[in-house]
Design a protein around this ligand. Structure first.
Ligand code: CMC
Length: 427
């Protein structure tokens, strides 16, 4: 890592600032002493210009549409790797050997059962509850069932515990919402087949694994596994910076992910496509609404804070969506609407000028639907994929000696000081 310097001139005074250059050439101005040297804070809504950590987990080049985990391009990982190997890579920093991967897979497989008390927790929640709420509650509760895993010294055991039990909790949240009895994990299955079995198996019937569906889900999870300092990952780090446990931190990640501008967008995309279909396929109406400044409607699945070109994850998913949807159900009318909507938006000046391209959520919803999931489960599937990233980022943060509790500043715009007036004297 090279170090350079920059100078901030304010009035007649010059303030030297260190420039930190990362391994991919992007640089950061170190403003850690800005307040003490200038008396000013940096004002940056939405942290659009603020790097608040050094991280070696993943890298996004928004200009060319590239995403790499620990240096490996996601296209290569999606084609040749599997989700558990990617989880190992994110957590440990290096790809595993054959023996290490077998050990990691075995450790996760034997942990898949949920504690019995957790089942009662699911039963106690209303059937109408959003599955993201149930998932978040389950992850928080895992700390209560296993306090021995709350220490940072047990980070690897906690990671294994979470990666093993989160799919079971996700499947339970689905079955609870359908009023179905819970299906316990079949250890002989691979990670994604097991999740599909726990979700979709019919009581009294032998579940038959569909290898194409299991592989599609595996690729989907790989593509969601990490994405730099996005809203939920920053939330995990912020919560963890107070030395909250890994369970408390990643449960906060689930909550942050549930919003429609983040992991909830895939659900919104599908609902929009269904609405357009019901509307006779009139997508132009919704494009016009998205462009109307008076209308708060945004086209879900389009735009990104970082990507100024096609989201590479959407590129991989588009190919998969085509294959899976065609194979399973003939031509899906929603896929056709999605393709037409995408083509029109890509040639529209409004979208071109603002560099608005489809993001990962645009096609993931169609794929999740083709796999048989209801729309309310889509954010849960996003979360399932994101856990390895959250855990790796949490671990990196706890091990970084530079970590301080996250505590942003503000520029106060409220009332200046004034004196209290007793209520009976107020007019
Ligand atoms: N539809 C219509 N206009 C949009 C959209 C959209 N989806 N996204 C951004 N814009 C416009 C926005 O109105 C603004 O226009 P103007 O310059 O005229 O004011 C301009 O583009 C820049 O937008 P921004 O709000 O400054 O961008 P942001 O970086 O703050 O927000 C975003 C990023 C992803 C929240 C936003 O693009 C959005 O709301 N997209 C729809 C929701 C979505 O798909 N979210 C999933 C993101 S990818 C998965 C993940 O990592 O979470």
């Amino acid at each position: 890592m090279e170090e350079e310097r920059a100078v901030l001139r304010h009035g007649k005074v010059e303030h030297p600032l260190e420039v930190f250059v990362g391994t991919e050439g992007e640089s950061g101005l170190d403003i850690g002493r800005l307040l003490s040297s200038t008396g000013m804070v940096a004002l940056d809504y939405g942290f659009a210009n603020t790097a608040w950590c050094r991280s070696a987990v993943s890298f996004v080049d928004g200009n060319v549409g590239a995403l790499r985990y620990r240096g490996y391009p996601i296209e290569q990982l999606a084609e040749h790797s599997c989700f558990l190997e990617v989880s190992y890579l994110l957590f440990h920093g290096e790809l595993p050997t054959l023996a290490q991967l077998a050990e990691w897979r075995e450790a996760i497989t034997v942990e898949t059962l949920l504690d019995e008390g957790m089942r009662q927790m699911f039963d106690a929640c209303p059937r109408e509850a959003h599955p993201m709420v149930l998932l978040s509650a389950a992850v928080t509760a895992m700390g209560a069932f296993h306090p021995e895993l709350e220490s940072t010294l047990a980070a690897e055991q906690a990671a294994i515990h979470l990666l093993a039990k989160v799919p079971t909790a996700a499947a339970f949240s689905y079955r609870r919402s359908r009023g179905l009895p819970y299906a316990y994990p079949r250890r002989s299955l691979d990670y994604c087949s097991r999740f599909l079995q726990m979700t979709f198996s019919v009581p009294g019937e032998e579940y038959e694994v569909d290898p194409v569906a299991a592989r599609a889900l595996d690729v989907l999870l790989i593509l969601h596994a990490d994405h730099e300092q996005n809203c939920s990952t920053s939330t995990v780090r912020l919560v963890g910076s107070s030395r909250a446990t890994v369970f408390a931190s990643v449960a906060s990640g689930v909550n942050a992910l549930s919003g429609p501008l983040h992991g909830g967008a895939n659900q919104e995309v599908l609902e929009l496509l269904q609405q357009i279909h019901a509307d006779g396929g009139n997508y132009a109406k919704y494009l016009a609404r998205a462009k109307d400044r008076e209308d708060t409607f945004r086209l879900p699945g389009f735009g990104h804070r970082i990507y100024r070109s096609y989201d590479p994850r959407a590129g991989v998913l588009k190919t998969f969506a085509d294959q899976l949807v065609t194979r399973q159900a003939g031509q899906d009318p929603l896929l056709e609407i999605a393709l037409a909507l995408e083509q029109t938006a890509l040639t529209d000046d409004y979208f071109i000028e603002r560099h608005l391209y489809p993001n990962v959520d645009f096609y993931s919803g169609i794929l999740f639907r083709a796999l048989g999931f209801p729309t309310r489960m889509f954010p849960v599937l996003f979360a399932l994929g994101r856990f390895p990233g959250w855990i790796a980022q949490w671990k990196e943060m706890t091990e970084d000696p530079e970590t301080r509790i996250g505590r942003p500043r503000q520029v106060y715009v409220g009332s200046p000081q004034r004196d209290y007036v007793p209520v009976h004297e107020r007019r």
